[in-house]
Design a protein around this ligand. Sequence first.
Ligand SMILES: Cc1cc2nc3c(=O)[nH]c(=O)nc-3n(C[C@H](O)[C@H](O)[C@H](O)COP(=O)(O)O)c2cc1C
Length: 184
Amino acid sequence: MNAIIVYWSKTGNTKKVARAIEEGFREAGVDALLTRVEDAGDLDFFSYDLVCVGFPSYQWRVPKPMDEFLKTKFNAYRSQKRVIEGAPKLPGKNAVIFCTYSGPHTGIREAIPPVLYAAQFFEHLGFTILGEWYVVGEFHGSLEMSTMGRLGDIRGRPNEADLRAVKLDAIRVANMLKGKPGIP
Ligand SMILES: Cc1cc2nc3c(=O)[nH]c(=O)nc-3n(C[C@H](O)[C@H](O)[C@H](O)COP(=O)(O)O)c2cc1C
């Protein structure tokens, strides 16, 4: 089984989460490639059993570099006639979408739309979505957004506990795909 983790991160929160996922996969004995979206132009989703895509919520949307990546890939697959009506499931093709967010105004609802949107690219290609992971992240550069928002004081997030939870989720998904029981 092979996996790839593609992420975009401006201030490092999403990168930490991507690394925790990589660590979890590795611990579960799964080969995982970690790559920034900026370096992922040649990536073929269909070459992997599991594609993980991560980004921060920006204006409750997918940030532009990741959005453009997803759209470019999708358009290429569409022109190869790989986008089929009814989106039949492709056995062994799976995706996880993860998003970091500060939720200053409406909490997790600021991260749900971009995650569901990003997941659609994969579902349209026949991938099964195995996880939609939401991780709180400090709003670097804004003390107000990091302390006075809906989620309270989120400075230092994702913290060790957040990353441990992500790692366990990654291990659970990896074991599931390998046909092993969940958490070690
Ligand atoms: C330009 C900008 C827009 C943002 N918009 C939102 C938003 O709409 N909702 C939210 O919950 N967080 C928002 N955030 C906070 C980020 O999603 C959050 O801090 C994230 O963890 C940053 O990830 P990164 O460190 O990987 O770049 C925004 C941050 C920036 C810089």
